[in-house]
Design a protein around this ligand. Structure first.
Ligand code: SAM
Length: 663
């Protein structure tokens, strides 16, 4: 049999630890039990996939994360006596047997029980006692138990199982109709007192038996007290925790966001690159944070040299001569739209009334795609401050000249065509500029910051286009690391007390460790890096919508179209928000702990970028995430509309040629 130890280690790290399971006993036990021995012959290579698998008799071996989550929730400790109802393959019992003193396991299908028993024997796990039967009544002779895990969904909590708990014992059990089960933890506090908590939404096969369902899906007659409440549905819980938002242009819209005003960095996401509500809401929040709470940095998912043109305009600094008009490249509507233009006008007017330059808020770009714009900006700068250095820089950047128009061809040319690699030249150029920081910055600190950032960008972009050729997570990680470091440079440049707002897609600002990006693809992002660097001083705020229209292209470099956004899928977080019936709200994901726990279990979330392909929406735009871990808060607009791109009618006769959008 092949060696699965690497796959097992990876499963524990990526699927379990990263999703928040911390219990060292559980992680250690999951590392030790060979899951490949518990799947059907022929399925070994899938044993470490992030999903349940068939084990025969219409039953499944649970998803590894769910097994870990349940054992952690049951707080299984060394030496304890544990009961599992629904042993199935025997995997969960095996994992618990590596922690507990003794595990009792019941399985109603004889064939499954026999296979599980054989596995325990082969592996030498001799502290598990397994029997065939109906576990919904428990195992009275072996009671009391310190922990009971039920691996099948019951209509209600079986009284018989509660009674088999020791005082202080924990019962973890999925309860509810098949489509909407909730994982509950019942803790026995005294002879007749129990505490009940909701942990997460789950999907298990049914518990069939006296205190469960009958085979045809009806409740068994004796299974639980009539009228017993199964708790509120998830949309009901979200609706109760949601803070409804007024219209975006209402002055009170951004008030609830004051709770984030003392953070160092407030990251505002978007679920598409072409939705007006996301831009306008972020603008309203940014206005409030800038006006009332001293934020002076707005860093956006735009290219640095393009955003710099806007920054000069909004901070009343002279425009760069000979600079290209900003935002000429695909996707132009991302920054050339009426919502951004309105915000830029506001920021310029606001800064005009702020006499101290250090209190004026700037508009900065974090992204790396305009390499030729950055090269031009460095050369322009050096032409002014140090013509000899400009000559050397021209020579160095000359290496990239053939690729400036189509930088994506550079990587292939260097790696397969034997063309000269420009790495050394661009790094040297960046280092030299930074070495002369004191000398240059003494003349004009702002212009130096701009030039230094452009030189860093050229160095990052050169590497980006080379490693992009290989595919894999490295190019994404380089881009997001560059964006994060740019943010750090800005905070540093604006002084110790400075505070920043970030506007970028949810995929950049939601913590990647709790989405498929981190779990499946080893990708990181700005949100994750901000949490690692700033801890609780970073607020990660995601945005979402159910349906409406969006501005997007069908293919890269294609024309902008206004497309219909399909209603969100029934198995998505978006649908839970839609089902609240609240048209727009702020959901603080750290306030209601019971809700947070129920939302933890990963679900689908929709990601629309500059491209939207409704016809293959599930494949192209949905990924799994654990919303309350990905974000600190979530902003919801049930129905949304596409942004309006700036057309020729928006050109402003007589406006200075520096005006970013009048060109
Ligand atoms: N923990 C198992 C594993 O890791 O393989 C997963 C088991 S599967 C999700 C649930 C199991 O519960 C099925 O094998 C099913 O036959 C069993 N089951 C359902 N009702 C039961 C009952 N009343 N008593 C015992 N087992 C039951």
């Amino acid at each position: 049999m092949p060696d699965f130890s690497y796959a097992r280690e990876r499963m524990v790290e990526m699927q379990i630890a990263r999703r928040g399971v911390r219990d060292a006993f559980v992680l250690d036990a999951m590392r030790r039990v060979p899951r490949e021995a518990f799947v059907e012959p022929g399925f070994e290579e899938f044993a470490y996939e992030d999903s349940p698998l068939p084990i025969g008799e219409g039953q499944t071996i649970s998803q590894p994360y769910v097994v870990a989550f349940m054992i952690e929730a049951a707080e299984v400790k060394p030496g304890e006596r544990v009961l599992e109802v629904g042993a199935g393959s025997g995997y969960a019992a095996a994992v618990m047997s590596r922690i507990a003193g003794k595990v009792y396991a019941i399985e109603r299908h004889e064939a499954l029980a026999k296979a599980a028993q054989r596995r325990f024997e082969e592996l030498g796990y001799d502290n598990i006692e397994l029997r065939v039967g109906d576990g919904s009544r428990g195992w009275p002779e072996a009671a009391p138990f310190d922990a009971i895990l039920v691996a099948a969904g019951a209509p209600g909590v079986p009284e018989a199982l509660k009674e088999r708990l020791a005082i202080g014992g924990r019962l973890v059990i999925p309860v509810g109709e098949e489509a909407s089960q909730t994982l509950l933890r019942i803790t026995r506090k005294g002879a007749a007192s129990y505490e009940e908590e909701s942990l997460a939404g789950v999907a298990f096969v049914p518990l069939i038996g006296e205190q469960g369902w009958v085979e045809d899906g009806r409740r068994s007659a004796s299974n639980h007290l009539p009228g017993q409440s199964r708790g509120r549905t998830l949309p009901e819980m979200i609706a109760a925790a949601a803070e409804p938002l007024p219209a975006i242009d209402d002055p009170a819209f951004a008030e609830p966001f004051d709770r984030f005003a003392n953070r160092r960095v407030v990251l505002l996401g978007e679920a598409s690159h072409g939705t007006s509500e996301f831009y306008r809401a972020r603008a309203a929040i940014a206005r409030r944070l800038i006006e009332r709470h001293g934020f002076t940095i707005l860093a956006v998912e735009a290219d640095w040299p393009d955003a710099a043109a806007i920054d000069r305009y909004v901070r009343h600094r002279p425009a760069r001569k000979r600079a290209e008009p900003p935002f000429q490249r695909f996707p132009t509507w991302m920054w050339r739209n009426t919502d951004v233009a309105a915000f830029v006008d506001w920021l310029r007017a606001r800064n005009e009334n702020v006499p101290e330059p250090e209190r004026r808020a700037g508009f900065y770009g974090l992204d790396i795609y305009n390499m030729s714009g950055s090269i031009a900006a460095v050369l322009d700068y050096l032409d002014k401050v140090d013509p000899e250095a400009a000559r050397v820089a021209r020579e160095r950047y000359g290496c990239l000249t053939p690729w400036q128009r189509e930088p994506s061809t550079y990587g292939r040319a260097v790696l397969t065509g034997g063309y000269r690699k420009c790495e050394q030249a661009v790094i040297e150029q960046c280092q030299e500029l930074l070495r002369r920081r004191l000398e240059y910055a003494a003349q004009d600190g702002e212009s130096f910051l701009d030039a230094a950032q452009n030189a860093r960008l050229v160095a990052s972009a050169e590497r980006y286009y080379r490693i992009m050729y290989y595919g894999g997570p490295d190019s994404w990680n380089l881009r997001d690391t560059h964006m994060f470091e740019t943010l750090e440079h800005l905070l540093e440049a604006r002084g110790p007390g400075s505070k920043a707002i970030v506007w970028a897609h949810n995929s950049h600002i939601g913590d990647a460790r709790y989405t498929d990006m981190g779990v499946m693809r080893e990708e990181l992002n700005i949100g994750q890096l901000c949490r690692e660097r700033f801890g609780g001083e970073a607020a990660l705020i995601g945005f979402g919508t159910h349906t409406g229209t969006v501005a997007a292209a069908s293919d890269w470099d294609g024309d902008m179209e206004v497309k219909r956004v399909r209603p969100s899928r029934p198995d998505s977080y978006e649908r839970l928000c839609h089902d609240t019936g609240v048209p727009s709200f702020l959901l603080d994901l750290n306030r209601d702990q019971a809700l947070r726990r129920r939302l933890l279990e990963p679900r689908l979330e929709r990601f629309i970028g500059v491209i939207y392909r409704p016809e293959s929406e599930l494949m192209s735009h949905y990924a799994e995430a654990s919303l309350p871990q990905q974000f600190d808060a979530y902003v919801w607009f049930d129905a949304t509309a596409a942004v309006t791109p700036l057309g020729p009618e928006h050109a402003r006769p007589g406006a200075p040629e520096t005006y970013p959008f009048g060109l």
